[in-house]
Design a protein around this ligand. Structure first.
Ligand code: NAD
Length: 369
C-alpha cells in the first residue's frame, strides 16, 4: 500500500525558495522509488511572512505546521528586515515562534565528513576521515533558560569590597527534561551505530550529577542494547578535534551543546553541507544549519545539499524510512566523489565545467537515486 506523508514547506527568505525546490525534487524521486506519496503544503515564515501578513509566524503557518507529519524549513532573515526599531517584527521571531509552538526540546546536528571535501577542513584528512556523529542538544532548558539577574550591589561586590555590579545566571533541570532528551538520544543511536556519549560536568555541577544518574537509569531500564559512555565536556571539546571518529551520538545540556555543535560543524569545513533537526513529542522541524545567504539569493548558485540532507533526516527520524535516507546520503557522496561542486565547495583544482548551480546539483543527486 502506498504510504502517504504530509509535509509543511517553509521556504522563507533569501536562497530559501531556491534550495527547498531541490529537496522537493529529491523527495519526489524517493517517493517514486519507495511507493510513498509526499503531499506538500507551502506556508510563509520570516521576512516574507512579515511583508505579506505583518506577522513572522502567521496563523495559517501555525495550522500548516500542526497538521503536517513534518515541517521542512529553509531559512529566514535578511537586511531588508534588519531594523533598529525594537517594536518592528523580526524574521527570527518566526523561528523562535515555531520552535516554541511545536515544543521542540531536542536539536539534532549531524556531522559527517566527505572524503572528496577533506581539503575544506582545517584538520588533517587522517583525523576527519570517516567521521559520522550527531549531537543531541537539549534546547529548551539548562543555562539559557534559568533565572538570571544583573544588579548594583551596595554590599560590595566591586574591587576591594566597594559597591559594584553583580550578575548571575542559573542552570536548572527537572527530571522529566533529562529523561526525554536521554530517550531522544538513545532512539537516535538505535537508528545509527548504537553508541551514546553523555556529556556533562559532573565533577563540578550538581545538575550534571543528576543528569548522569537519570541518563543511566533510562539506559538500564529501557535501552540496555545501547553502549553508554560518560564524558566530561572539557574533555569532549578536546576529543572532538583529536579523535572525532570515536563518536556516534553525543547528548548534552543546552549551552554545552551549542558550543560543541559549532565546534563539530567545523570538522566538515563547509556550512552548505550541514543539516539539523528539532524534535519534540509532536511534529518535528528540519532545516539546514546555515542562514538565508542574502548575498547570493536569486542567482541560482546556492548549495542545496544541507537542505537536501535536512529532508534525509526527515525521512530517518519522522517517517522511519532509513533505507531511503541512506540512499540520499550515498547519492550526495557519489556526486561529490565524481568531482561535482557548487561555488562554495569549489577548490583550486576544480575544473570550471564541474561547478554547478543549485538546480543542476539537485539534478545530479536525483540522477544517482
Ligand atoms: P548565512 O549562513 O546566511 O551566510 C554566511 C555565508 O555563507 C554567506 O557568505 C553565504 O553566502 C554563505 N552560505 C550560506 N549558506 C550557503 C549555501 N547553502 N550555499 C552557498 N553559500 C552559502 O549567515 P549570515 O550571513 O550570518 O546571515 C544571513 C541572514 O540569515 C541573516 O538575516 C540571519 O539572521 C539569517 N540566519 C538565519 C538562520 C535560520 O534561518 N536558521 C540561521 C542563521 C542566519
Amino acid at each position: 500500500m502506498t504510504k502517504q506523508f504530509k509535509i509543511c514547506l517553509l521556504p522563507g527568505d533569501g536562497i530559501g525558495p531556491e534550495i527547498i525546490a531541490e529537496s522537493v525534487k529529491v523527495l519526489d524521486a524517493i517517493g517514486a522509488k519507495y511507493d510513498t506519496k509526499f503531499d506538500y503544503e507551502e506556508a510563509l515564515l520570516g521576512g516574507i511572512a512579515i511583508d505579506e501578513t505583518g506577522s513572522p509566524y502567521p496563523e495559517a503557518t501555525q495550522t500548516c505546521a500542526h497538521e503536517a507529519d513534518a515541517v521542512l524549513l529553509a531559512a529566514v532573515g535578511g537586511p531588508k528586515w534588519d531594523s533598529t526599531d525594537p517594536t518592528a517584527p523580526r524574521p527570527e521571531q518566526g523561528l523562535l515562534g515555531i520552535r516554541k509552538d511545536l515544543g521542540l526540546y531536542t536539536n539534532l546536528r549531524p556531522v559527517r565528513t566527505y572524503r572528496a571535501l577533506a581539503d575544506s577542513s582545517t584538520l588533517k584528512p587522517e583525523v576527519i576521515d570517516g567521521v559520522d556523529l550527531i549531537i543531541v542538544r537539549e534546547l529548551t532548558g539548562g543555562l539559557y533558560f534559568g533565572a538570571r539577574e544583573r544588579f548594583y550591589d551596595e554590599l560590595g561586590s566591586g574591587a576591594n569590597g566597594t559597591a559594584g555590579q553583580r550578575a548571575y545566571d542559573t542552570l536548572e533541570y527537572r527530571e522529566y527534561e533529562v529523561e526525554r532528551i536521554a530517550r531522544q538520544a538513545f532512539e537516535a543511536a538505535r537508528k545509527r551505530r548504537g553508541r551514546v556519549h553523555s556529556i556533562d560536568k559532573a565533577n563540578v555541577l550538581e545538575t550534571s550529577r543528576m543528569w548522569r544518574e537519570i541518563v543511566h537509569r533510562i539506559h538500564d531500564e529501557e535501552y540496555p542494547d545501547i553502549e553508554l559512555t560518560d564524558m566530561l565536556v572539557d574533555n569532549t571539546a578536546m576529543q572532538l578535534v583529536a579523535n572525532p571518529r570515536q563518536f556516534d551520538v553525543l547528548v548534552t545540556e543546552n549551552t554545552f551543546g551549542d558550543i560543541l555543535s559549532d565546534e563539530a560543524s567545523m570538522l566538515t569545513g563547509s556550512l552548505g553541507m550541514l543539516a539539523s533537526a528539532s524534535l519534540g513529542d509532536g511534529t518535528a522541524l528540519y532545516e539546514p544549519s546555515h542562514g538565508s545567504a542574502p548575498d547570493i539569493a536569486g542567482q541560482g548558485i546556492a548549495n542545496p545539499i544541507a537542505q537536501i540532507l535536512s529532508a534525509e533526516m526527515m525521512l530517518r527520524y519522522s517517517f522511519d524510512m532509513a533505507d531511503a535516507a541512506d540512499d540520499i546520503a550515498h547519492a550526495v557522496e557519489a556526486v561529490l566523489d565524481e568531482g561535482w561542486r557548487t561555488g562554495d565547495l569549489k577548490q583550486a583544482d576544480t575544473p570550471a565545467d564541474h561547478v554547478l548551480g543549485t538546480a543542476a546539483m539537485g539534478d545530479k543527486i536525483v540522477a544517482h537515486l
